[in-house]
Design a protein around this ligand. Structure first.
Ligand SMILES: [Fe+2]
Length: 466
C-alpha cells in the first residue's frame, strides 16, 4: 500500500518528466542541459592498436573506398604500400560468383617538407551491378588483403537508404568512441557522409604527415567496407609557406580521390553524386565561391539538374556551417550563405550538413534571403522551402569541445548540445526520412536528438507541427 496521497504521486511524476526531459526552453529552441565532463582531447599514441599497420612485407594499408561515378555503379578503391609500389590491381568478384575481374589503378607519391609518402594507389572499379555484395583483394603475392562492400540499389525515388554522418573526426580517444558508436549503431549506416576535417595532422609540427597515415589506418575498419563521401575542411588545406609548402590541399588530394569529373566539376573540392534516392552535393568552404568562380558556375548549373522524381532527397555537405550559434567560427560561413542560400531555397534543399564547430546543432527550417541594401531585412524567418541545417563537427578531435554558446539561443536554433557524437539519416521513401543524433556519452543506443524529415519536394509539410 502506498504511503503517498495520489496528488503527491502526480506531482512527483510531473517533476520526473520535467527532469528527464533534459533540456531548457529558451528564446529559440532547446539548449541541452547535458554537460559533458570537461576532458582534455588527447590523441591516441602512435603505438595504439588502431594505428597498427598490417603485418607482411609491403602489405596494403589505409584501405578506403568511395563512390566512383555519378550513379553508384563504380567504386574508387584506395590504399597505401610502404616498401615498394607493388601491384596496382584490384581483383574483385560478386558474392557467390567464381568469375574474378581485375581493374588497374594508378600510384602516386608526394613530399611534404621532410616527409615522403608511401605509394598511394587509387583504382576505380566500374560497371558494377546495383545492390550487390562484392569482395575485393588488394596487394600481391607478398601480402594480400581481402575486403568487401555492397553497391547501392539502383537510383530511384522510393529506394530506402541509410547514411551515417560524421565530421571533424581526428584521432583522439573520443574519435575512436565516435567511430565505434557509428559502427555499432543498430540502424546500420550504408555509407558515410563525412563533412570535412579528417586527420588534424596539421596540428603537429610541420604538419607531420605521419598523422595522415595513422588516421587512414584508424578509419580503415569502416572506410574499407563502405564508401565515405568526402568533403574538404580547413584541416585539409595544409598551406604552410613557412616550410615551403604552398600548394593547398596537397596531402588530401593525393590521398582522397573523389569522382568529381562525373558531375562536370573541374576540381575535387565540389562535386555531386546520386546514391539510391539521394542527390548529394559537396561544396568547398575553402575554394572560391563568389560570382564567376568555377564553383559558383558549377553549382548554378548543377542545382537545376536535380530531378526530384528520380532522387527526391537533396542533401548538401559543406564544412563551414551557415547557421551556427556557438562562439566558435562565428559567422565564418556567412559569405557563402549570402551567395548560395537563395538557390537552396529555390531548389528546396532538404538538409545541409556541416562540421567545423566541435559540437552539435540543428536548425529550424529558416531562410534569411530577403535582405537587400535598401530594406535592411536581415533576420532569419521561418521558411518551409528552406533546408534544415545541421552542425555535426563533433567527431571528437584534438582541439576539444566547443562549449561556449551565444545567449540567448536564437529562434532559428532548434536544438544544440556541446557533446561528441554521430548521426544517422535513414531514408524510408520519397516522403519520409528519420534523422537521429547520438551523443557519445550515452553509448550507441541512446539518441539525444531526432526528427522525422518530410521531403521538401514531395511532402513539404511543416515537421515542427507534428
Ligand atoms: Fe574545421
Amino acid at each position: 500500500m502506498s504511503h503517498f496521497p495520489s496528488s503527491s504521486i502526480c506531482f512527483i511524476v510531473i517533476i520526473s518528466i520535467l527532469v528527464s526531459n533534459s533540456t531548457l526552453l529558451c528564446n529559440g529552441g532547446k539548449t541541452s542541459v547535458y554537460v559533458r565532463k570537461a576532458e582534455k582531447s588527447v590523441e591516441m599514441p602512435l603505438h595504439s592498436d588502431v594505428f597498427q599497420a598490417p603485418s607482411g612485407y609491403n602489405a596494403p594499408q589505409q584501405v578506403h573506398i568511395t563512390q566512383g561515378d555519378h550513379v553508384g555503379k563504380a567504386v574508387i578503391v584506395s590504399w597505401v604500400t610502404e616498401d615498394e609500389p607493388g601491384s596496382n590491381t584490384v581483383v574483385y568478384w560478386r558474392e557467390n560468383s567464381k568469375e574474378k575481374k581485375k581493374a588497374m589503378g594508378n600510384v602516386y607519391t608526394y613530399k611534404f617538407y621532410n616527409y615522403t609518402s608511401g605509394f598511394i594507389h587509387h583504382c576505380t572499379i566500374r560497371n558494377l551491378e546495383y545492390d550487390t555484395k562484392y569482395y575485393y583483394v588488394v596487394g600481391d603475392r607478398n601480402s594480400m588483403r581481402k575486403f568487401w562492400f555492397t553497391t547501392p540499389p539502383q537510383v530511384g525515388p522510393d529506394v530506402p537508404y541509410t547514411f551515417g554522418i560524421m565530421g571533424d573526426l581526428g584521432q583522439t580517444y573520443a574519435s575512436n568512441i565516435t567511430l565505434t558508436h557509428y559502427e555499432n549503431n543498430p540502424e546500420k549506416g550504408q555509407a558515410v557522409l563525412f563533412v570535412g576535417d579528417l586527420s588534424y595532422a596539421d596540428n603537429h609540427p610541420n604538419h607531420d604527415n605521419v598523422r595522415w597515415d595513422t588516421w587512414a589506418r584508424f578509419v580503415e575498419r569502416s572506410a574499407a567496407y563502405q564508401p565515405w563521401i568526402w568533403t574538404a575542411g580547413n584541416h585539409e588545406i595544409d598551406f604552410a609557406p613557412e616550410i615551403g609548402e604552398t600548394k593547398p590541399f596537397k596531402p588530401y588530394t593525393h590521398r582522397y580521390h573523389v569522382p568529381y569529373r562525373a558531375s562536370q566539376s573541374t576540381a575535387p573540392f565540389w562535386y555531386s553524386i546520386k546514391r539510391a534516392s539521394a542527390y548529394i552535393i559537396v561544396l568547398s568552404s575553402y575554394s572560391a565561391y563568389g560570382k564567376y568562380t568555377p564553383q559558383n558556375q558549377w553549382l548554378e548549373q548543377e542545382l537545376p539538374k536535380v530531378n526530384r522524381s528520380e532522387t527526391p532527397w537533396l542533401i548538401v555537405l559543406t564544412h563551414s556551417p551557415w547557421y551556427n550559434s556557438y562562439n566558435y567560427h562565428y559567422m565564418e560561413g556567412e559569405t557563402m550563405r549570402v551567395m548560395y542560400e537563395p538557390w537552396f531555397v529555390e531548389h528546396k534543399v532538404d538538409i545541409v550538413l556541416s562540421g567545423h564547430v566541435h559540437a552539435y546543432e540543428r536548425s529550424e527550417r529558416v531562410s534569411n534571403i530577403a535582405y537587400n541594401i535598401m530594406n535592411g531585412e536581415c533576420r532569419p524567418v521561418k521558411d518551409l522551402s528552406a533546408p534544415v541545417y545541421i552542425t555535426i563537427g563533433d567527431g571528437g578531435n584534438i582541439e576539444g569541445l566547443a562549449n561556449n554558446m551565444t545567449e540567448p539561443q536564437p529562434e532559428y536554433s532548434a536544438y544544440r548540445e556541446a557533446s561528441f557524437g554521430h548521426a544517422i539519416f535513414d531514408i524510408k521513401n520519397r516522403t519520409h526520412a528519420r534523422y537521429s543524433w547520438h551523443r557519445n556519452h550515452d553509448g550507441y543506443a541512446v539518441e539525444a536528438d531526432s526528427m522525422w524529415f518530410f521531403n521538401r519536394f514531395w511532402h513539404p509539410v511543416d515537421e515542427s507541427s507534428q
